[in-house]
Design a binder for this molecule. Structure first.
Ligand code: PMP
Length: 416
């Protein structure tokens, strides 16, 4: 007998299951294109050089407070720097000095257990206080969005994000669905850049139209920002959509779930922040209320987010020399990914593999929807020992000079 014997089976998490299966495979040819983590051209993890330098500085400073509690909201200095990185306060052309301060006041920030924690906390805040009738989730999306919003008790509906025939973002389908069916105070999940799993993003013009749509219909945008700087190599460029919504829609409130897992390579350290952008007319009383409610939720869940990783990010972002090094590391990572996209495309072209493969170089970020069916993926794994999600999502960072030809040959084999 057990109290828990009637528990339902909980669904396994696909990327972590695929990773487990990869580890068990003894084939010398095996390739892991499943999990979304950066790997070097030798297939190894890569602690960013700037992170190693910041860690050294922190260690040498030997601050006796380094293991103390921070505060429920986390480290205020880290939060200021994190919010600045997202919104670029006062950076808009022609801004007066005082503009930065006004803009900063529109954003309420709290430290979270990485991007997942930020998504979860934002969902909980909205579910409890705004009570949206539904959340619109892109189809496809990062699978955890479903779990997060289910746990928050908000029903979800899907909007058609991907046009499989064009292998690109389905702007018409997205716009039409939201315009016809979304209601005021519904939430819409938007991947701020480098959409996971497709690697297909809206253009600036399309973002502008989506922003106007959210404003006209009173839809609440919820940005998931997991790849800022990692996607294009330029943190400002990757935040373009969020900054557009912030500046153009001063009367629309929205959430940003920010992760430092990929852009600082701090996966296991769990560093992130949730930002709530308020209207330019919201009073300080409102801002205080949002802040205290977020603190209440965090206090009851886990008291406060961990400080170690946030200390590293703070050390880097507050020092111009280290910021420059971080930029170099972002360039290293994003360029290697870009190079591997081209290498895969070139190998497929050389093999004359049936089909159109330009999406491999047009898509951006860690992932590509390669365009294989579930049964083709099964053959990739069982016959060729190449691991990926059954949707055909591959993590480009698992490719390197040594395995890209083998992967292209396997793709060629399964599509012929
Ligand atoms: N959102 C998206 C779209 C992601 O791809 C990820 C990372 N896989 C996350 C959020 C959150 O990751 P983390 O909790 O490690 O920050």
């Amino acid at each position: 007998y057990s109290l828990f014997s009637t528990l339902p089976e909980a669904p396994p998490d696909e990327p972590f299951s695929v990773n487990g299966a990869y580890k068990k495979d003894c084939s010398p040819h095996k390739v892991n294109l499943g999990i979304g983590v950066y790997r070097t051209s030798e297939g190894s993890p890569w602690p960013l050089r700037v992170v190693e330098e910041a860690e050294k500085q922190i260690h040498e400073a030997s601050d006796i407070n380094r293991h103390e509690y921070t505060a429920i909201q986390g480290d205020p200095e880290f939060l200021n720097l994190a919010a600045d990185l997202v919104f670029g306060f006062g950076e808009k052309e022609g801004s007066a000095v005082s503009v930065a301060e006004q803009e900063r006041k529109r954003v309420v920030s709290i430290q979270t257990v990485s991007g997942t924690g930020a998504n979860r906390l934002g969902a909980e805040l909205l579910a409890r206080n705004v009570r949206p009738r539904c959340v619109w989730i892109p189809d496809p999306t990062w699978a955890n969005h479903y779990a997060i919003w289910e746990l928050a008790g908000v029903p979800h509906k899907s909007y058609p994000y991907y046009d499989a025939s064009r292998k690109a973002f389905d702007f018409e389908g997205t716009f039409r669905t939201l315009a016809e069916s979304a209601n005021e105070k519904d939430v819409v999940i938007l991947h701020a850049c480098a959409h996971n799993p497709t690697g297909a993003d809206p253009t600036e013009e399309q973002w502008k139209m989506l922003a106007r749509l959210c404003k006209d219909k009173g839809i609440i945008p919820f940005f998931d920002l997991a790849y800022q700087g990692f996607a294009s190599g330029d943190a400002k460029k990757d935040a373009w959509a969020i900054r557009h919504f912030f500046h153009e829609l001063e009367l629309v409130e929205f959430c940003v779930a920010q992760s430092f897992s990929k852009n600082f390579g701090l996966y296991g350290q769990r560093v992130g922040a949730l930002h709530i952008a308020l209207t330019s007319t919201a009073t300080e009383v409102v801002s205080e209320k949002v802040f205290s409610n977020l603190c209440h939720l965090v206090r009851g869940e886990y008291s406060m987010a961990p400080r170690g990783g946030a200390e590293i990010v703070k050390t880097v972002l507050s020092n111009n020399k280290l910021r420059k090094k971080w930029q170099e590391d972002l360039t290293t990572m994003s360029q290697r990914i870009q190079k591997m996209r081209h290498a895969l495309f070139n190998e497929l072209s050389k093999l004359n593999t049936p089909g159109e493969w330009t999406h491999v170089i047009n898509q951006i970020g860690m992932f590509t929807y390669i365009g294989l069916t579930e049964s083709q993926v099964k053959v990739m794994t069982e016959k060729h020992h190449i691991y990926m999600l059954k949707s055909g999502r591959i993590s480009i960072s698992g490719l390197n000079e040594h395995n890209v030809r083998y992967v292209a040959m396997a793709i060629d084999d399964v599509v012929r």
